[in-house]
Design a protein. Sequence first.
Length: 586
Amino acid sequence: MKRWAASAVLLAVLVAGLWCFTTGRTSLEAWRVPVDYSDDALFTLGTLRAAQDGHLLPVGPIEVPELGAPHVAGWNGFLRQHKPQYWLAGRLARAIGLFPAANLLVLLTTVLAALAFLAVSRYFRARPEWALAGACAFALSPFFFYRSLSHITLSNYWPIPLAILVVTWAFGRNGLAPGSRRFWVAAAITLVAGLHNLYYAALLAQFLGLACLSQWLVRREGRAALGALALLVVLFAAVLADNANLLLQLASEKPTALVVRPYGNLERYALKPIELLLPIGGGSIVPWRAAGATYLGKALVRGELGSVYLGMAGVAALLALVMQTARAVLSRPTRPLPATALALVWIFAHSVVGGLNGLLGLTGFVWLRASGRYSIWILALVLVWGVLAISRTALGRHRAASVVAAAIAGAMTLADQLPPRTRAGAIREMGNRVASDAAFARSLEAALPAGAMLFQLPVVDFPEGKPILAASDYEHLRPYLHARQLRFSYGSDKGRPQDAWQRRVESLEPAPMAEALERIGFAGIVVNRKAYPDGAQELREALAAAGRLEGWESPDRDFLFVRLTPEPSPQPPDAVLPPADENEGS
């Protein structure tokens, strides 16, 4: 036990240190700057800010009064996973601040991934040095650095090694008999997995379903089949609980454009096996790294390139597994196929372009559109197999040689996978943008009464809106992250009829638009200048000509504020604006 604890502490310190060094978070000043402050990272920060303010609870509907003005932003028409984790992170943000908490959240995901891999591989009797090397490769994967803060729910892949343990038990000769000690451990792991990313839970559900069928139809083990089925129930219950707000929303309202995604996304974001082998960008040291650039330039359909690459260790383990499987197939008498190979066959059959996931999509179920994300499951499977295979070789029986080999393999793997270190200048540049937004929010709060409403231009759908010129889709959240007593028009889930008025008011000429907003009760307009070819100069001049003269820009000039004079008795938008088109908001 002491050796395990020492290995775990060593691993946690190593992984945390490598992450801090790579991201440049080696000082308190750097820790006050988020590792990302653009695109989808702003969505993550906005969600964490809502949790910090107490609007996001582990269960129940999500409503954010600071957004969606003059209404309250409803966040129940879109998948928002990890609510318990966000709730805990929100409490942490209250104590140490929003951006340090966000950075710590990313760091914790990689440390947990390393510890989970270490625990599972040691349970399977891998040698400590190879378990440590595999844990580093898994925790600091290209997938992790690609996702990072932007897709924090995907970065939280640490339950996957534990899920592999559950699947191994479920397929085992004795299975998971209900009531046994293993069953309760597996149930706890399954519950945790269900409260994490939906993609990872979906693949676990498939494996549990296959285990149930295998135990029932092949081995005729009814109790084992029942155990796998019970775990499926636990998993579905956890997923449903985590997404209860969305399910209730869909049950009470007609489906909106938000939840309807095109079938083509299943092909665009499907798993493409070649991408498992090719590094895209970064500082990879594999001899075939140039092939990644060639593929990037010639690929006709580009999905989430960069995250699928398995890294040097993952590729080596995958190729070794393929060779062992081929030897098993060609041997006489035929050897048993490696269980890991069978698992990969299922993943490929389900996830590739035109696979089972595409077939399922023909029924209208297109929610699991990005099956390329199962590459992290593939990485976990082949790394666990790889460290076990090496541990059982002659090398693994010579301790000194095994330790040296594991150290060399681990160093080469990290050299291949770790991205170039974030420059101090890049951190300062991002910190200046953060500071600019904070100063802009303070200037607004100093000039406006508490609870003042600000209309944001241009109108952008939330979430998954479209970028406009140089403005990314979530940039309207930037002032919200720093304000404490203001309300913003942006940020309510798209597709809700009550928010369709924003498009109508945006279509008005500047003078009547300002008048309408004042009658609704808005105290100002915040314009993202990057979304206008002229930096919104024409709009500013038109508003000034209409008598709205007072305004100022953020220090970095990304945002423009124009003051309005709200009427003391505001009216609802539909009472101020012309009648809506009958198709508006549909």
